[in-house]
Design a protein around this ligand. Sequence first.
Ligand code: NAD
Length: 265
Amino acid sequence: MDLGLKGKRGLVSGASSGLGLAAAKTLAAEGVQLVINSRSEFRLEQAAAEIEKATGVKPMLAAGDLSKESERRKVIESALDQVEGGVIDILVSNAGGPPPGAFLEHDSKLFEEAAGLVLDSAVGLTHGLLPKMIEQNWGRLIYITSVGVLQPIDALILSNTYRSAVTGFCKTISNTYAQHGITANCVCPGYTATERLNNLAEKTASETGKLVTQVIEDYAALIPARRVGKPEELASLITFLASERAGYITGTSIPVDGGLHKGLL
Ligand code: NAD
């Protein structure tokens, strides 16, 4: 299937590992001219080398901490400066997850930091990139959220809180800008094998005395597919949503979770 992605220009944030890196690889393999972001220039260079080895495409880099407004602006400027024509057609908005824990484990400063990382990063990137998408009457906005927005995960109150806000933001954007050929969708990973999942499993292991492998087996036991997901499985959906073919899909939140979410819709 030709996805019509050759020559499109994309920015994938939080792309030095995990889900962002997998999305960057899949988009690069489809011929997208790619800029990748994460905080560390060094880790980005490693990710770029990995993407180039896998796909033959060398991505451009825009390092910066997306939870900080000043750095976010520089990332946007750098991305727009580097791509041909100065327009990003596809945004995959992603960053690290906020720390796990129950409500009273987090003071207001941690809530503020989580808002910066999860919500402000998504809103800020959209502010920076959307106007030029509107001018050209074409754009794809894809936000990596979590299955926790469909069914909150008890130990992840920071994530549940701000990813739900991203979902409301995305839905509203989708309503307003669909008439300009722009789609906006959320993709909702379930338990997926990345550094983030390992860190969460390590926390549970230290609290329960279980081995990390046992904690991950416990996650798998909750999932109808009886295994955690692979980053490439989310990346495939992202790549389809970014494509010409997905032009009539907008305002959705789509789980990629092996059936973990048990609701009808
Ligand atoms: P990860 O930790 O493997 O990767 C996160 C990426 O974001 C890394 O490249 C990291 O360098 C980058 N990053 C972190 N903070 C940043 C910042 N302030 N500015 C720019 N880049 C930053 O995590 P992952 O598993 O790939 O998860 C990606 C997102 O999806 C996270 O928000 C996570 O909470 C969410 N999520 C993951 C899972 C899962 O099971 N892996 C499930 C649901 C939701």
